[in-house]
Design a protein. Structure first.
Length: 135
């Protein structure tokens, strides 16, 4: 493990230290901070900081992007969204799936056999996340 791995774990702990009542009360800033922190900060730090972890989660960039797309958009289906908003177990499942999807995206991007494939996966991911944010 490298220093980046420790930093990733600290950021993960910090995100979970945010007040839970803020999440359950539909506090949008806490909601988005956790989402984006897991996918865009914690996941790449863990992939870079734990090389063995990266090898376990290394898939093609396209597979990582498709899984992340399905996870993120899936949790915005009204029933699942409500479950994550109203139940701690639902919220924990949502957050765990976001972290797992982020690990797949970043491990795939960093370990791609062709660097442009990794960059393309990250670009597709950012595009669909931006579209969801705009909606």
């Amino acid at each position: 493990m490298t220093a980046l791995g420790y930093i990733g774990l600290l950021v993960l702990a910090g995100l979970w230290a945010l007040p839970m009542q803020g999440w359950l009360a539909a506090d949008f800033p806490h909601h988005m901070l956790r989402h984006m922190g897991l996918v865009a900060v914690v996941a790449p730090l863990l992939v870079l900081g734990f090389p063995r972890l990266a090898s376990v989660f290394a898939v093609s960039p396209l597979v990582g992007t498709v899984v992340e797309f399905a996870v993120v958009w899936g949790w915005h289906i009204p029933y699942l969204y409500g479950m994550a908003k109203l139940h701690v177990v639902g919220m924990a499942a949502e957050q765990a799936s976001f972290l797992l999807a982020g690990l797949l995206v970043w491990a795939g991007a960093f370990r791609a056999h062709q660097p442009l494939a990794g960059a393309g996966g990250l670009l597709l991911t950012s595009m669909h996340m931006t579209l969801l944010g705009a909606l």
